[in-house]
Design a protein around this ligand. Structure first.
Ligand SMILES: *[C@@H]1O[C@H](CO)[C@@H](O)[C@H](O)[C@H]1NC(C)=O
Ligand SMILES: *[C@@H]1O[C@H](CO)[C@@H](O)[C@H](O)[C@H]1NC(C)=O
Ligand SMILES: *[C@@H]1O[C@H](CO)[C@@H](O)[C@H](O)[C@H]1NC(C)=O
Ligand SMILES: *[C@@H]1O[C@H](CO)[C@@H](O)[C@H](O)[C@H]1NC(C)=O
Ligand SMILES: *[C@@H]1O[C@H](CO)[C@@H](O)[C@H](O)[C@H]1NC(C)=O
Length: 432
């Protein structure tokens, strides 16, 4: 009897072992939850691979991982991402971008009018909310959450195409200063795109997670997010393994576009100096804008950048090829005052958080503009320590969101369920 039992026991054990060992030869499970960074200017999507234990940010067919947050409406349909951006010049009135600046926000008619001035598309005031007017072969309005839903749908499809499975669950990041209404509308946008949102996480918290700061012994983390048009600074405080946003400040009129503008003004002045005429054709101005952006990016790595643009100038000057050498020093000089402005909200969050700068344990940089060497230098000099830069600043948020998606999908080896303490009564100070 005892013998039979042990034979049975061994058989069960053998079966169990075979199953256990067999698992190693099965393909690793596919991620079921995606992480999305729904940014003002770019979106990204990532997943946590349980088998590999790492995050992968998914690219489109051309391998691009930051997809423009642009939706363009034409007679033939709705075009999101790069497709939408490519239509922006030809179809400016029906190409919507920056929808995140409007989503879930209540405006007085005057406030909305002021917010809408920079845009070519028409923004309507509808019972406190913003709506965009579209005219293709018919005229209709769309809401900011509808625009966001198209961008999220694009991310969902990119992930599905890449992973080869259907996706219905997501974790999404939002700015730390989004209120409950803005968060709700973001969640609805995801629902419209067929996604159930398992968690909404603050962007600075996601960035800190991308650096693994939820797993190491740090107390105070400063997150500096400098994108195309806005600067957001957050002071995070870790309490019992969870991040609490202790203070926020920012400047919603400072970013890469402003640095480009200074460079563009310089280039205009140089053209005038050389030819006695200013560029005036829309096509020329567009080409110059692109050249200036390319030059700025090159100056992150090199000391000089050559700009070469054919122009057709007014009057007797006619067609010329404008060529000039731009140096990093010139770029820094042209923007010296703007770069210095970055310290204002940093000082504010320290003051509000009642923290000395020496008490900041880690500095996390987010957003493409934090690649600019002079900006890194200004921050490093202020704190007397190097900021953490090992993660691509444009992918730091999506990396952290995908980690959180991995946790929510149950594939994270550590049992971390909540990573963030929500706080309701925090407001962001804005410095213009
Ligand atoms: C607009 O054009 C599209 C594509 O040509 C067509 O399918 C649609 O019916 C048109 N709508 C109206 C209102 O004419
Ligand atoms: C207008 O907005 C208020 C408050 O947001 C809401 O209660 C009301 O139902 C809205 N009315 C319409 C017609 O949408
Ligand atoms: C947000 O959504 C939740 C759940 O649907 C709801 O209880 C809450 O009232 C909403 N808040 C706002 C400000 O819309
Ligand atoms: C930027 O660098 C790339 C590669 O070195 C070069 O091909 C390109 O012409 C440069 N552009 C500018 C504007 O300097
Ligand atoms: C960056 O973060 C990692 C992980 O927390 C840390 O070990 C490293 O020292 C940091 N590097 C810098 C330059 O702060």
């Amino acid at each position: 009897m005892a013998g039979e039992m042990s034979i049975l026991g061994s058989a069960i054990l053998a079966l169990f072992l075979a199953g256990y060992l067999g698992q190693q030869y099965l393909p690793p499970p596919k991620p079921k939850v995606i992480g999305i960074d729904l940014g003002t200017t770019f979106c990204s999507v990532g997943v946590f691979h349980p088998g590999l234990g790492e995050v992968e940010v998914i690219g489109d067919l051309q391998g691009r991982k930051s997809i423009p947050s642009v939706v363009s409406f034409t007679v033939s349909g709705i075009h999101s991402g790069y497709e939408g951006q490519d239509l922006a010049d030809a179809n400016p009135l029906n190409t919507i971008y920056d929808a995140k600046r409007f989503i879930g926000k209540l405006f007085t008619p005057e406030d909305l009018e002021r917010e809408s001035t920079p845009y070519q598309f028409q923004v309507l005031h509808h019972n406190g909310s913003a709506e965009f007017s579209i005219s293709t072969n018919r005229t209709f309005t769309v809401t900011p959450e509808y625009i966001s839903s198209r961008l999220l749908l694009n991310m969902k499809k990119m992930a599905e195409g890449y992973l080869g499975v259907l996706i219905s669950k997501a974790v999404i990041s939002v700015p730390a200063d989004f209120d409950e209404r803005q968060r709700n509308y973001t969640v609805w946008a995801a629902n419209l795109a067929g996604l159930e949102v398992l968690r909404v996480i603050n962007e600075p918290t996601a960035a800190a997670m991308a650096y693994g700061l939820h797993k190491v012994d740090v107390l105070n983390v400063l997150v500096v997010d400098l994108g195309g048009g806005t600067l957001d600074v957050s002071l995070l405080n870790k309490q019992g393994g969870m991040f609490l946003t202790r203070a926020m400040a920012g400047n919603n009129k400072l970013g890469g576009q402003d640095f480009n503008q200074r460079l563009l003004q310089h280039v205009f002045a140089r053209v005038h100096e050389q030819y006695g005429a200013l560029p005036s054709h829309e096509g020329d101005i567009h080409t110059l804008r692109q050249a200036v952006e390319a030059a700025k990016l090159n100056l992150t790595f090199g000391q000089t950048s050559v700009i070469r643009v054919p122009l057709s100038l007014r009057g007797s000057v006619g067609s010329v090829v404008y060529e000039d050498v731009l140096t990093r020093q010139l770029f820094e000089d042209l923007n010296a005052d703007l770069f210095q402005k970055i310290l204002t909200p940093i000082e504010e969050v320290l003051r509000e958080g009642r923290l000395d700068k020496s008490e900041v344990d880690e500095i996390v940089l987010v957003g493409g503009s934090t690649r600019i060497p002079r900006i890194r230098q200004i921050i490093a000099q202020y704190f007397g320590m190097e900021p953490n830069t090992s993660v691509d600043p444009e992918l730091a948020v999506v990396t952290g969101v995908a980690l959180q998606a991995g946790i929510m999908g149950g594939s994270w080896p550590l049992q971390v369920s909540a990573i963030e303490i929500p706080n309701r009564h925090l407001r962001k100070t804005n410095f213009l």
